[in-house]
Design a protein around this ligand. Structure first.
Ligand code: FES
Length: 368
């Protein structure tokens, strides 16, 4: 089921890829994005400020291998009895709850105009947290799963529709192509000036190469085994004047690219990375786990999540970047140093996201 979508209007995220907190801009953006967007925002908050997540039952209706090394699988989800799914825009992700209960975020890589399906792609990570292995080994055609409504922590602002940029430059590292693909399709369909660098270890490891090559000479594919590790200049190949850069990939690639973006002066830089952000200005503190009485030291360069999973390995988490809310924990005593972009003020009174938030004092007592 396809429908034509209007040109998107998304408030650009800030220099560090985070949504801008400006209330007025947020309201304008919501209104410009249409009535449904505003309705969905309202539905996620109760009068007390607690967010309400809405889950959807879906079934795997498509499954394909998308990289020559066989380590990337794409899944298509539809409603069990068909029908329209909540809309989304390029850069959005869904939370996927696996049969084991593991919850993970995956970017939507299909076409928003296909209103009855979501598509994701997952690289197998042998030494990861187990989510990708479960998807590869235990999720098949017909498997029933639960997903969240799409959310967008990597908003895409099209030049002329919410962004003053005149050129879009995309950089994808390996499986980082997933949020970028819908952006490419949209930019191309709107006739916007754009370029792209697609990079990875080897061509065999890159998913969706035929889809990307179909865009012709706007795309540069370069791989480490042939070209060496990319430099800033490599990652900016083809960039035009007054650019907005959208990048998704591993932390070293994002770091290299940011150095280049900083030298351009007038560039917007939006990114999504695979791993937890580095801890900035961290100070050590202790965490008491109220249910067991265990007291853990959290060093300045370690997250509370990392310290806690060392003794409670089943602690739930997903993005490790403070936006998915999976790691929310009740705070019984102490004052958190909130560093997330997801909790409401009401929630912050007695909860925290332990993947990024820390402590203002020497000790926190958590409901764990
Ligand atoms: S793991 Fe996503 S907010 Fe903490």
């Amino acid at each position: 089921m396809r429908r034509a979508l209007p040109a998107p209007v998304a408030m650009p995220s800030d220099l560090y890829g985070r949504p801008r907190p400006d209330l007025f801009l947020g309201l304008v953006s919501a209104l410009m994005n249409g009535h449904m967007a505003a309705v969905r925002v309202l539905r996620r908050s109760t009068p007390t400020g607690q967010r309400v997540e809405r889950s959807l039952a879906v079934v795997v209706s498509g499954r394909s291998v998308e990289a020559h090394d066989d380590n990337v699988v794409a899944l298509t989800f539809t409603r069990p009895s068909g029908g329209i799914l909540p809309p989304w825009r390029p850069g959005a992700h869904i939370d996927l709850t696996l049969p084991s209960g593991i919850r993970r975020q995956y970017s939507l890589c299909g076409d928003p105009a296909d209103t009855d399906r979501y598509r994701i792609a997952v690289r197998r990570i042998p030494d990861g947290g187990g989510g990708s292995i479960e998807i590869h080994d235990a999720v098949h055609l017909g498997t029933e799963l639960v997903v969240s409504e799409p959310r967008n922590a990597f908003a895409f602002a099209v030049p002329g529709y919410g962004s003053p940029a005149r050129h879009l430059h995309f950089v994808a590292g390996g499986i980082g192509i997933t949020p970028i693909l819908p952006m490419l399709r949209l930019a191309d369909s709107l006739g916007i000036s754009w370029s792209m660098v697609y990079t990875g270890r080897s061509t065999d490891s890159l998913p969706f190469v035929p889809d990307v090559l179909a865009f012709g000479n706007k795309v540069t594919i370069r791989t480490d085994d042939v070209d060496g590790l990319p430099t800033t200049d490599d990652l900016l190949t083809g960039i035009g004047p007054a650019p907005a850069i959208y990048a998704c990939g591993p932390a070293p690639m994002i770091r290299t690219l940011k150095i280049g973006a900083d030298t351009l002066g007038d560039a917007e830089f939006h990114y999504e990375r695979f791993s937890a952000p580095p801890i900035v200005d961290g100070t050590p503190f202790t965490v008491e786990l109220a249910r067991s009485g265990q007291v853990l030291d959290v060093p300045a360069d370690v997250s509370a999540l990392e310290a806690i999973t060392s003794v409670l390995p089943d602690t739930t988490y997903s993005c490790r970047q403070g936006f998915c809310r999976t790691c929310i924990v009740g705070v019984l005593s102490g004052t958190p140093d909130h560093r997330d972009a997801a909790l409401t003020d009401v929630e912050r009174a007695d909860h925290m996201l332990i993947c990024v938030s820390r402590s203002q004092g020497e000790r926190l007592v958590l409901d764990l």
